[in-house]
Ligand binder design. Structure first.
Ligand SMILES: C[S@@+](CC[C@H](N)C(=O)[O-])C[C@H]1O[C@@H](n2cnc3c(N)ncnc32)[C@H](O)[C@@H]1O
Length: 357
């Protein structure tokens, strides 16, 4: 049979039709993709709103002098005391611990960590132990080389906070350390991190090895060799899911630096001082705040810190705070120790701080 010959006009018409069909198919595909993208964005936004409703948007800090360790009689007791401060902070969801030098004469650099083989003085040792205890167990070897200050830290009671996860625990977020492991050439960017699971996680960005990161895991049950995760701010678990994510620690060289070096833009908008000479905490009414700090004194009380601080003109601690509270009116013992005061104060204050949000 002879093939039918098409005229030029017919050929052009077929071609035009074919082009139109191709264009229509492409338009349909584009529309589908656009709709899918819009639906995904909407879903993500709704999820964000939903999650932000159960998040916690305020922070609570405590401040205390590291000199409290210097009154302990042995290295074991020094470590135990630091452990008590860490446990109290964890129990009450404290987000930041500020260690201040009540003598305003700090000489040691708290970031100095390796090489110093003798016990640090109170501020430094408290700084080291608090950081050690906050760090998830599976990351400690990476971040804490041997140091005399930490000699008994491994024996201390664990904090058992939500980001101290076992391999078998499921959590959307995990703390991790970036690894010195090259990623596949097919990927444009990314780094590997160990987040305490059998499989490493491929992160969405390049980060130099040895950095501590907070990771939101994309999928956890997968047959793939590696997991995928997104690096997020360490505040995200608290702000979006209301999960307590441990505390940060900083050292202030004097009492005034507790306030002037606040990590929050605009500083703390609520400062509470504690003393047996304060006002009964039960009569204290807290108003709305964003970032609170509760300040404790050492053996000689907050007066000693004020006296040593040349930046503070007043010698009356109550002038420094919105509230100056007595947390245990009618106390039986003549003195309440700072580590005890943290527990007592936070058990009265925490519900008040929460109630205004
Ligand atoms: C050993 S006490 C200091 C006692 C010191 N003699 C004084 O007069 O303040 C250490 C810290 O615990 C806290 N504290 C002790 N008893 C308290 C109380 N009844 N109310 C509030 N805070 C108290 C304060 O922060 C105090 O600076």
């Amino acid at each position: 049979m002879r093939e039918k010959k098409f005229s030029n006009t017919e050929r052009k018409a077929v071609k035009r039709k074919w082009r139109e069909e191709k264009l229509l198919a492409q338009m349909k595909k584009d529309r589908q993709l656009r709709l899918e993208k819009e639906a995904k964005t909407k879903e993500e936004e709704e999820e964000k709103i939903k999650r932000s409703r159960c998040g916690r948007h305020y922070t609570v800090a405590i401040a205390l002098p590291g000199s409290i360790l210097d009154n302990a009689q042995s290295m074991e007791l020094r470590a135990y005391l630091a452990g008590q401060v860490a446990r109290a902070a964890a129990i009450f969801n404290v987000d930041e611990i500020v260690i201040f030098d009540e003598t305003s004469q700090a000489k040691q650099d708290p970031s100095e960590f390796s090489g110093l083989k003798k016990p640090g003085h109170g501020n430094t040792q408290l700084f080291h132990i608090l950081q050690y205890l906050e760090c998830p167990q599976y990351l400690r070897k990476m971040f804490f080389p041997y140091h005399q200050d930490l000699k008994y830290a491994g024996l201390l009671n664990p904090l058992d906070i939500p980001h101290h996860l076992r391999e078998s625990d499921f959590c959307e977020y995990r703390e991790g350390v970036t690894l010195n492991k090259p990623i596949s050439a097919k990927k444009e960017k990314g780094s590997y991190a160990n987040v305490g699971l059998k499989k490493d996680v491929i992160l969405n960005m390049n980060i130099k090895p040895g950095q501590r990161v907070t990771v939101r895991l994309k999928e956890q049950d997968t047959d793939k060799k590696n997991l995928a995760g997104v690096v997020v701010s360490p505040t995200e678990p608290r702000e979006t899911a209301g999960i307590y994510w441990g505390y940060t620690v900083r050292v202030a060289s004097c009492l005034s630096e507790v306030f002037t070096e606040s990590p929050h833009e605009g500083g703390y908008d609520l400062a509470i001082g504690t003393s047996e000479r304060g006002r009964n905490v039960e009569h204290t009414e807290i108003s709305q705040f964003q970032h609170a700090v509760v300040v404790f004194g050492g053996l000689k009380g907050l007066e000693a810190s004020l006296e040593a601080d040349s930046n503070i003109q007043s010698d009356d601690p109550s002038e420094l705070f919105q509230h100056y509270v007595n947390i245990c009116p009618g106390q039986g013992s003549r003195t309440i120790r700072t580590e005890e005061a943290i527990l007592i104060a936070m058990s009265s204050l925490a519900p008040k701080l929460k109630a205004v949000h």
